[in-house]
Ligand binder design. Sequence first.
Ligand code: HEC
Length: 159
Amino acid sequence: MTRRTWISKGSLTVYVSTMLFILVTSVFLVAFAVSSRSTDEKVQAVSRAAYATEVAAALVGASAIEAEALLLEHNCNVCHVLGDGRVAPLFAGIAERAAARRPHLSAQQYLYESIVFPGAYLVDGYANAMPGNFAERLSSAEIGHIIAYLLTRTDQAQS
Ligand code: HEC
């Protein structure tokens, strides 16, 4: 009869690998948190000066109707319209809120920033959970259409 020790060689290996995995993951997460914070600061500094011209260019020929397909295609509605507002702020009434969010930005500039640099300003109570690559996925004209659409989402608008 063989006696079974409480910790076999196999489970010791699993234990050590798990510990190593947790250690490496934590180091990685800390490094990531530090690097993403400094990127956000850089993005904010660069973008402030650039917003005025970029936003004006994006809004030339902007059409709220053109935005509807884009909002579906890029799943904006999944987080911002279909939910109960816990995952992301609802678009209803955003036209008024956008004008008040950032004193140094117009409503259009704030909406542009929210789409292109979602981490630059976080709405109170929400995580930095919005995809960060819309600047690559949307053309300037498409961003313009979306801004035009969001400006129609006033407190009075039917949802
Ligand atoms: C995975 C969920 C998710 C998707 C998809 C998403 N967002 Fe967001 N969005 C968020 C969250 C969470 C916030 C709040 C945190 C912040 O301010 O970045 C936010 C914030 C915003 C804001 C600022 C809202 C306010 O009340 O000030 C705008 C505008 C916005 N998103 C537009 C969009 C558009 C346009 C798209 C599609 C092109 C989109 N979002 C896709 C999660 C999402």
